[in-house]
Ligand binder design. Sequence first.
Ligand SMILES: [Zn+2]
Length: 554
Amino acid sequence: MAPSTPSTPHGGGRAGSEGSPAPTVAAPGTYTIEDVISGVKIFVRKPLPNGQEEQRKAEILSTRPKPKPSAFAPPPPPDAPPPDPRDDTEYYVHYVEFNKRLDEWVGGSRLITDKEMEWPKTKDEDKKKKEKVGKATPGASTPTRQAGSPRPTGSLLKKAATKAASAVGKAHPLAKGTSKGKVPQKSKGKDQSDLGNDEDDDQDEDGDLSVDADGDVSMGGSDGGEIDGDGEIDLSGPQNPQAAPKVFSKKQEIEKLRTSGSMTQSHSEVSRVKNLDKLQIGKHEVETWYFSPYPIEYAHLPVLYICEFCLLYYPTFTQLKRHRSKCTLLHPPGNEIYRHDNISFFEIDGRRQRTWCRNLCLISKCFLDHKTLYYDVDPFMYYCMTIKDEFGCHLIGYFSKEKESAEGYNVACILTLPQHQRKGYGRVLIEFSYELSKVEGKLGSPEKPLSDLGLLGYRAYWQEKIVELLLNSDDEISLEEIAQKTSITHGDIMHTCQALQMIKYYKGGHIIHLTDAVLEQHRKTMSKNRRSIDPTALKWKPPVFSRAQLAFGF
Ligand SMILES: [Zn+2]
């Protein structure tokens, strides 16, 4: 088990605790705050919006030393109370029986140590880990470099691999380096895409982070949208920049990322801990909900700044501004296949716009908790919905779709960005995905599992479309006809009808009938001013891929 850095805590350590006896409870007074380690359950003060506070039982998922304030953060007001020493350690808490979205870092002063606490199941093991965590420094920062010395380069993939490697605790030279708060210097790779969170060491006189000679600090590669043109990516990160790097094939790279911890949510503790607090996207500042595998240097930034058009990300607003003065993109980098009023859809090939699509996946992972793969964008097309104003076409949401789905899925991932949620755009995304299926002459269904919000959206959409058809047909309508007219699969129609108790056994067969309750609900839905797709504004032919193109470069 490699020592943990603050943002790669405790990978894999808990697997062995399964099947052990029930946790024991520590009575008040029998433990101190020093005993509060990963795995314990303790009461935590949770301020409520009404100014009150609540005591909630929470599981500690990770601990870290309090991150140093960003060099760009405003100084505390002069009348601010002195910092509470208990807050020198922060605890990542999951409120028991609350949605995971509410998980957060809290200072030690919010722990309630005069109530009972539950020990973790494997107390000794976690205690050992805690000792190691205590030694870690906040923010794996880059050591000071001389001017002109090579920047530690490395793509997002390398960083994620680093993180994954340290998370799974393999004896990995890079992981070891990271745990000591160092990112080894590497010189391989043409993507000058790394930017260490090295605020202390690399400040320019204007307080900005140092940048490459051309002033380009873009993440994820600025060389035309590919992490690496030859499809091979260095994952090993040698300590010695002169040493020949070990090169993995793309297939190995994906497999390693997929299986090594940072790519999955359920197999590792790492991804239970949200790593970023906020994203700034265009004019919106959005709180993140879930872990997203952004590079480890970004874990302690208060805000990550995202160019809303090219989706590159920056640790400071100054850097984003500098980038924006050069960035010419005003819409997603693909074909506009739909335009109606100010809403457009762009079709983007994951293989041709790898960096953009990966960056899109990183953003969406902040708000989706169930998808596991972020880097292999090649097999997908991305359908991005935008709203246009005088500044450009702003991303509202998107769905991805496999170029070839053996299971007949017409949507893989679907997301309305949080700043645009609750405005009916999710329904438009879903409707659009079925319009594409209609053009293809296929039935389609979203890939499972759906997120909670996704499932609600789909259920409402299926219900609306089925009821609409039943109401508008004079004669009896069969399941088959409903499927053909809506492109909704038989299974989804049946589930919807069963859930709404619309299936009746009649004369030896099953029929679908409308109930008063369903009709009433439908009237309510229809009375709302809903956004919808105008099918005549869709100018699209299903893309055709050759066998070679579908081989995805492996
Ligand atoms: Zn940009």
